[in-house]
Design a protein. Sequence first.
Length: 147
Amino acid sequence: MTRVTASLRLLTSVLAMPLAMGPAWAQQSAPAPALTLELNGAQPSDKGCRLTFVVNNTLGADLSKAAFEIALFNEAGVVDRLTVLDFKDLPAGKTKVTRFDLAGADCAKVSRVLINSATECAGTGIKPDACMRGLKTETKTGIAFGV
């Protein structure tokens, strides 16, 4: 009888282990705080090229100001221009869509958009390097986008 009892105890503990590990596993797989910038579109506009971004702030705090210096590369891979895009305020946990018209730029000739630096990254409890440290980039266009 004691062998059966010991075997049942071992089986019960093995079966209960995934349940006990569930909360610990969930905590380990929580995503790291991030600021995700997605280049969602690039269309010709009356002014030049209109870039559309989808931004998601999961840094854990509101950003009162976020701006990035970007470099636009032409089809030959040469830097065409440097400019600053001001995303203004980015509330925590919110997705925001923002458009920028780049005067004189031809969308068909833009091969790459590079984020050079965060020129501003401010908010209560936000360190100045948080925007670049937590930055994740994605693109839905044929234009290379990243850091």
